[in-house]
Design a protein around this ligand. Sequence first.
Ligand code: AMP
Length: 220
Amino acid sequence: MKIIMLGAPGAGKGTQAKQIAAKYEIPHISTGDIFRANIKNGTELGKKAKEYMDQGMLVPDELTCDLVMDRIAQDDCERGFVLDGFPRTLPQAEALDKMLAEENKKIDMVVNLETPRDELIERTINRRNCSNKNCNAIYNLVLHPPKVENICDKCGSPLYQRDDAKLEVAQNRLEVYDRETAPLVKYYEGTGVLYTTILSQRANRMREEVTKDVVEQLKN
Ligand code: AMP
């Protein structure tokens, strides 16, 4: 099963991607997580990526595409994968299609998570992540708070606020999304594998319902 999660920053792609990947026992590949791990480890890639990420800008396509192509060529992706945060531009989507086509493979489903704009900002600034990179659990101070303040329920590590979860960067990331990533919805509409679903607190469509919907859709 080869799945792409599309959606604006704050839409909850990461949480959905984790659930789906666990259900189908396939790798969850988050380009953002890979970049953050590189930053933490002080690699050359991390140093380059940080300059863009700190401002809410996209890391250049060449760097990002190579990284993803190498990752999905690994053995554990043989049965499929969930891509979270990739592709984010048209050239990335085209590079992915080209690579898959060379191996007679294709994407099975693109899940497009739609969330009202005001909820996106609110969700982003209330997001807290587990600092343990083997856990990476995601919380929301309002919607899904940890049981003990600032401590991960799953592994007991401290939680932190990602730099790009701060208001100004979050707003910039939304502008970048509108300009660079939103056109991908049209691109995938043309391929017949797009599934759009709404994730909204106001509409009472929370993450559990959305995961259920996506799994149901994948069965079909
Ligand atoms: P995320 O964790 O998916 O929200 O990504 C965090 C940041 O990593 C983004 O704001 C970008 O700066 C960078 N990033 C992640 N994925 C990509 C991608 N596919 N293309 C370019 N930059 C990316």
